[in-house]
Write a protein that binds this ligand. Structure first.
Ligand SMILES: [Zn+2]
Length: 300
């Protein structure tokens, strides 16, 4: 086994472990981030002697504090039960251990730009070694916010990551971002990865929103009593025009449509209705639709 210590100050250290960034920039910008090296002085409360060595599957040593790992609820997957053991061989690769330890110590992962795959394996490690994702990656944390930001362009990946690890807060937040995608993008392997409960909740979210939108749009505006300025035929014509526009919107709508989209598509209809009473009734109906649509749940 190739044995190296994780020393961010060592210019010979392979840059691939640092997300392709130069060691100098990582060290200079984040001098308390994961360089878990025996000679590095960490700020309190981590300034105690690093008394345990974790060795990744690719032979990189991480000098850590047993006290920090003791926060685990399963004695670090039972690897810390024996107090005489000071070197522990892990099955995870060094980028994964690095990301995992960054979470345990509350350091930033950003300098290493971990991929989804590395973050996913680090989340696996969090659970395997007896830590809690809501505790290590709370909603206000940098990684949680970075993942939510990534969900703008990769909603399904972030939702699947959260679902796979049963991380409810992240799954709920990411589910809102999935409304812009087609639910048919969920392949069999993705479905299997997220698990049936989260898959079911996601499909219900999408189908419920589409169904609710359909129900809202299919209700016709009120009719007004006979009036000298409007014949029954003109009133029927206004109602038909609304029904046609509503059917078009239902056909076009995706689960993420907002009120602005609804207004921009129905406003031209109002301009074509001559009768002030018919126009008022259609406008009232649109207002009811907008108010109800804004209240429809947009997360699992
Ligand atoms: Zn009328």
């Amino acid at each position: 086994m190739i044995q190296r210590s994780f020393d961010a100050a060592d210019p010979s250290y392979p840059s691939q472990y640092l997300g392709g960034q130069s060691i100098g920039s990582v060290w200079g910008m984040h001098n308390v981030s994961p360089p878990l090296h025996p000679h590095i002085r960490l700020p309190p409360p981590y300034d105690l002697h690093q008394d345990t060595i974790l060795c990744s599957s690719d032979g990189v040593f991480f000098h850590v504090h047993r006290q920090q790992l003791a926060a685990s609820v399963n004695s670090f997957a039972s690897l810390l039960i024996d107090p005489t053991v000071h070197t522990i061989i892990l099955q995870e690769s060094s980028p994964v251990v690095n990301c995992f330890l960054s979470l345990v110590y509350g350091f930033s992962c950003r300098p290493y730009s971990p991929s989804f795959g590395v973050i996913s394996e680090a989340f696996d490690a969090v659970l395997k070694y007896g830590f809690s994702l809501p505790v290590l990656v709370p909603p206000e944390s940098e990684l949680f916010q970075d993942l939510l930001h990534a969900a703008d362009s990769h909603p399904l990946r972030v939702y699947t990551l959260a679902a796979h690890h049963s991380y409810e807060a992240l799954a709920v937040a990411a589910s809102a971002k999935t409304l812009s995608m087609n639910i048919n993008e969920v392949t069999e392997s993705i479905a299997s990865e997220m698990g049936s409960p989260y898959l079911l909740r996601l499909t219900h979210l999408h189908s419920d929103r589409k169904e609710t939108f359909k129900e809202l749009m299919h209700v016709a505006p009120d009719s007004h009593p006979q009036s000298p300025g409007c014949t029954p035929e003109r009133q029927s014509s206004a109602m038909r025009a609304y029904a046609l526009a509503a059917a078009y919107l239902v056909w076009q709508a995706t689960p993420d449509v907002g009120n602005e989209w609804i207004v921009s598509n129905l406003s031209p209809l109002l301009e074509r209705i001559d009768c002030p009473l018919c126009k008022q009734n259609v406008r009232r109906r649109i207002d009811v639709v907008l108010e109800a649509w804004a209240r429809v749940r947009c997360t699992i």
